[in-house]
Design a protein around this ligand. Structure first.
Ligand code: SF4
Ligand code: SF4
Length: 290
């Protein structure tokens, strides 16, 4: 399938995309504490129809607790307030200098990676709020599901640690990437990123999903090769069966945090070794010729 290029989309989509890019490149919150660099480079942006049937299907795949854009919107603006709209999604690729620091790690995240997880997510939240305000000022009611009172962490006996909204799943619907053996989303700019979204009643043109399957970009599934993330994971949480969320969660809370919190002088759950020094780190990896 042909990818819908951001430069070829209609004027109003372009306006919104430009605002996301402008905020990301100019915000002081997107500046690293340990260098003059940004946490995130130029974002990728996608637009999903808020009524795309995939959002309803996630209730079967993830669980009933995973809410649709309509449910988030109506929780914010009242019953029957939703008459269609768009989920605006973005990918914030992690800056090269942060990736280089984490590439060298074999057990714990680098300070730069931990800062990106913590302060970078503060920036991501500011971006969510900014885009909600931007759209509201244009006259369109909007909400960030991740900042909404309906967002909650959930432990499901079927899928383990989860939440009422998955930014990665929304980005998948918006054509920004496909899933991986390690449970990440492999985008045009790779797997090392943070992602975000805003639900709005503004009806924008949807971007095309330039893939067929949910794992198209991961070499393990697409060509039965790679598995580098399996070896990168110090917790043994990634195997040929996929990502064990419980092992990952436990390793980060019980091993990583006690080891690095004191040294780094702040508290954050981070790791990301499976997202660095892998073929999918900064791009969609090339399939090997058989
Ligand atoms: S390292 Fe290889 S197997 Fe793991 S997610 Fe990336 S492409 Fe897939
Ligand atoms: S985040 Fe760390 S512990 Fe979790 S799967 Fe990736 S490498 Fe393993």
């Amino acid at each position: 399938m042909q990818r819908c290029d951001i430069d070829e989309i209609p004027h109003i989509n372009r306006l919104v995309a430009d605002e996301i890019i402008k905020y990301t490149t100019s915000s002081v919150l997107n500046r690293q504490r340990t260098s003059r660099e940004r946490y995130f480079s130029r974002p990728l942006i996608g637009f999903a129809d808020a009524s795309d049937p995939l959002f309803e299907r996630f209730k079967n795949i993830i669980g009933d607790f995973h809410l649709t854009p309509k449910e988030f919107f109506e929780a914010e603006f009242g019953r029957d307030s939703f008459a269609g709209g768009t989920v605006i999604c973005w990918i914030l690729p992690i800056n090269k200098n942060v990736l280089l620091c984490n590439r060298a790690q074999t057990k714990f995240p680098s300070l730069e990676w931990a800062h990106t997880r913590y302060y970078g997510e503060d920036f991501n939240n500011a971006l969510r709020s900014h885009i909600v305000s931007f759209l509201t000022d244009m006259g369109y009611r909007s909400v960030s599901s991740s900042l909404s009172s309906k967002w909650e962490r959930i432990y499901s006996p079927y899928v383990g640690h989860a939440s009422s909204w998955s930014e990665r799943h929304a980005a998948y619907v918006a054509g920004l990437g496909t899933f991986s053996l390690s449970d990440g989303l492999i985008t045009e700019k790779g797997i090392a990123h943070r992602c975000g979204s805003v639900i709005t009643e503004l009806k924008l043109k949807s971007t095309i999903r330039p893939y067929e399957g949910v794992y198209d970009h991961c070499l393990f599934y697409s060509s039965n090769t790679c598995g580098v993330c399996i070896k990168r994971c110090p917790a043994g949480a990634i195997t040929s069966d996929g990502h064990n969320k419980d092992m990952c969660f436990q390793f980060i809370r019980e091993v990583v945090m006690p080891a690095v919190n004191e040294e780094y002088a702040f508290t954050t759950p981070s790791c990301g070794l499976c997202q660095t020094r892998t073929p999918c780190e900064t791009k969609i990896p090339n399939k090997k010729r058989k």
